[in-house]
Design a protein around this ligand. Structure first.
Ligand code: NAD
Length: 424
């Protein structure tokens, strides 16, 4: 019973995610002067493949998993986006995430459309050999629709470089030649790129720095609160700390820590586990709800969806909110924050550093020529600064909030490419 009601609430949440994304796309296209037919094309992915993957489990039984691959729009170039392993994956969520990937690619001006994949499973309860068989089975199931010039996967929630390595090996076996450009987020030894692991947090850091400049303050000494201490939140806390900011609050799924004098970030990084949990070690915790409303200059939601809502948006104290997580702020809350003069840097811009360095990895694989970490960082810096400025200027000149401005910038190229191809 509990599982069923959880499943249906997850489905409702995923559907809300999709419909709210569609409503902003509609508004963005209308502001750009496109007809309804363009919205009809872009409101859903061009293709969604559902696959069933039989996997022999360690106890000898066969378990059949369900997976998805959505390809939103390939007018600009091949589609690109991560593969998520999670018990709560739904088709609607994968669709919404593929649309966000198209927008991100448009914002940072990559020659891609958006894609996304997911498998309904709980990797925390599976052995390594079971995960390997599932990863290889998924690639066999989707092999006809993916490839270095068609659709290029990457890691996402609960998938990592080892899983990318198995998938790349399986695809190379099917095609009978080495295909590093089939997937990104690989280990360096298999053609991965320097700087990929920290790319999302680096991109968020650049957006925070640029946003602070617009609000007339420096990162040095600024008080920062980061919700979530996983891949994105932990690296980000470290980069903020290194830039001289005072990280006064962090959290995980179990609670939050707040100290107005600044937290010992190096100690917390050292003690966190691989799932981004650290607050269980402390007794003086506060709740995530309290953390979001605490005193700070910069607030970074870097955990899960729907954290800033119409209920808590009036109580947020930060001058700047930068969304490292996907979908942490509802549309109602976006409106409230904007009306209150808080600068909100939306997810599709702030977290685009990951796909940017994934693109760099694919370029290096295609060329067979590899770059140093400094080269990657220098290129990422240029892309993120240019993209931030582009979205900010659009929001100022068109008098729209940063989310709508980001959607306008993100949708423009794929709409133009679709029109030139004669699709609309
Ligand atoms: P992660 O799984 O490594 O970490 C998630 C963190 O959030 C953990 O500290 C966890 O304890 C915490 N958390 C989970 N549920 C929570 C809750 N209910 N309340 C408070 N905290 C909670 O994930 P990640 O890779 O850091 O991703 C975080 C967000 O950033 C996601 O929305 C993801 O889609 C987005 N994102 C990540 C990347 C990336 O490269 N890692 C790229 C783009 C977007």
């Amino acid at each position: 019973m509990v599982t069923n009601s959880n499943e249906s609430s997850q489905q409702t949440e995923s559907l809300n995610l999709l419909t709210s994304t569609q409503s902003v796309i509609k508004e963005a296209l209308s502001k750009l002067g496109y007809q309804e037919s363009m919205y009809e094309l872009l409101k859903e992915p061009l293709r969604v493949l559902t696959v069933r993957i039989p996997v022999r489990m360690d106890n000898g039984e066969v378990k059949v998993f369900t997976g998805y691959r959505a390809q939103h729009n390939d007018a600009v170039g091949p589609t690109k986006g991560g593969i998520r392993f999670h018990p709560e994956v739904t088709e609607e969520e994968v669709k919404a995430l593929s649309i966000w990937m198209s927008l991100k690619a448009g914002i940072v001006d990559l020659p891609y459309g958006g894609g996304k994949g997911g498998i309904i499973c709980d990797p925390r309860e599976m052995s390594f050999p079971e995960l390997e068989r599932l990863s290889r089975g998924y690639v066999r199931a989707i092999s006809q629709v993916v490839g270095p010039t068609k659709d290029i996967p990457a890691p996402d929630v609960f998938t990592n470089s080892q899983i990318m390595a198995w998938m790349m090996d399986e695809y190379s076996c099917i095609r009978e030649f080495d295909s590093p450009g089939f997937i990104t987020g690989k280990p360096i030894a298999l053609g991965g790129s320097h700087g990929r692991e920290t790319a999302t947090a680096k991109g968020v850091t650049i957006c925070i720095r640029e946003a602070a400049k617009k609000r007339g303050f420096e990162l040095n000494g600024a008080r920062v609160v980061v919700q979530g201490f996983g891949n994105a939140g932990a690296y980000l806390s470290k980069f903020m700390h290194d830039a001289g900011a005072k990280v006064v609050g962090i959290s995980d799924a179990y609670g939050a820590l707040y100290d107005p004098n600044g937290l010992d970030i190096d100690y917390l990084l050292d003690r966190r586990d691989s799932f981004g949990t650290v607050t269980k070690l402390f007794s003086n915790t506060i709740t995530n709800k309290e953390l979001l409303e605490s005193e700070c200059d910069i607030l970074v939601p870097a955990a899960i969806e729907n954290q800033i809502t119409a209920q808590n948006a009036p109580h947020i104290k930060a001058a700047i909110v930068v969304e490292a997580a996907n979908g942490p702020t509802t549309l109602e809350a976006t409106k409230i924050l904007t009306e209150r003069g808080i600068l909100l840097v939306p997810d599709v811009l702030a977290s685009a550093g990951g796909v940017t360095v994934s693109y760099f990895e694919w370029v290096q694989n295609n060329q067979g020529y590899y770059w140093s970490e400094e080269e990657v960082e220098e290129k990422l810096e240029k892309v993120m600064v240019r993209s931030f400025e582009n979205v900010y200027t659009t929001s100022q000149t068109r008098r729209v909030n940063m989310r709508l401005a980001a959607y306008m910038v993100g949708a423009r190229k794929m709409a133009e490419a679709s029109r030139f191809r004669g699709w609309v």
